[in-house]
Write a protein that binds this ligand. Structure first.
Ligand code: MG
Length: 165
């Protein structure tokens, strides 16, 4: 197969689901939310950052988050997912790539994203070294359907475009 020019953009997608449980902290896109429940996970359970890392790694042809940071490794227990982003971006930089744009959909009944959207965009822009006007985040409810609609889980879906650094 002929190689394509490095300049051509690469698209990636990441999807992450976490169960919600009372008494868990809630950090989404690296921003702490004041809630009485949060995502269950081996790390801090930040579904947005997990999906974003998977999208970026996918676009770069670098496998996935689970192979970089095993959820069976005690060293990753309770870990801030922002650290996963740092390592993801280090590997992407090694390949001379950068994030050109990122679009996020977070499906959850609660918490409402609106009060935190600006902060979430800013944090994603910082973590993935992309201008804030090239990051977007949308909140959707599950319309009372399935596990998300019943408030049992949340799902983040992220699409990114990578280009040359
Ligand atoms: Mg996850």
């Amino acid at each position: 197969m002929n190689e394509l020019p490095h300049e051509l953009p690469r698209i990636g997608i990441g999807i992450d689901v976490h169960r919600l449980q009372a008494g868990r902290p809630c950090v989404l896109a690296g921003v702490p939310f004041e809630t009485t429940f949060g995502p269950v996970g081996h790390s801090d359970g930040d579904a947005v950052l997990h999906a974003a890392c998977d999208a970026v790694l996918g676009a770069a042809g670098l496998d996935d988050l689970g192979s970089l940071f095993s959820d069976r490794d005690p060293a990753n227990a309770g870990r801030a997912s922002a650290e996963f982003c740092v390592e993801t971006m280090r590997r992407v930089g090694e390949r001379n790539l950068r994030v050109l744009s990122m679009d996020v959909v977070l499906e959850t009944e609660t918490p409402k994203l609106k009060p935190h959207r600006t902060a979430m965009r800013a944090r994603l822009a910082e973590l993935f070294a992309v201008p804030v006007d090239r990051v977007n985040i949308k909140g959707k409810t599950g319309e009372k359907v399935d596990a998300i609609g019943r408030g049992e889980a949340m799902r983040a879906t992220v699409v990114v475009l990578l280009g040359p650094r």
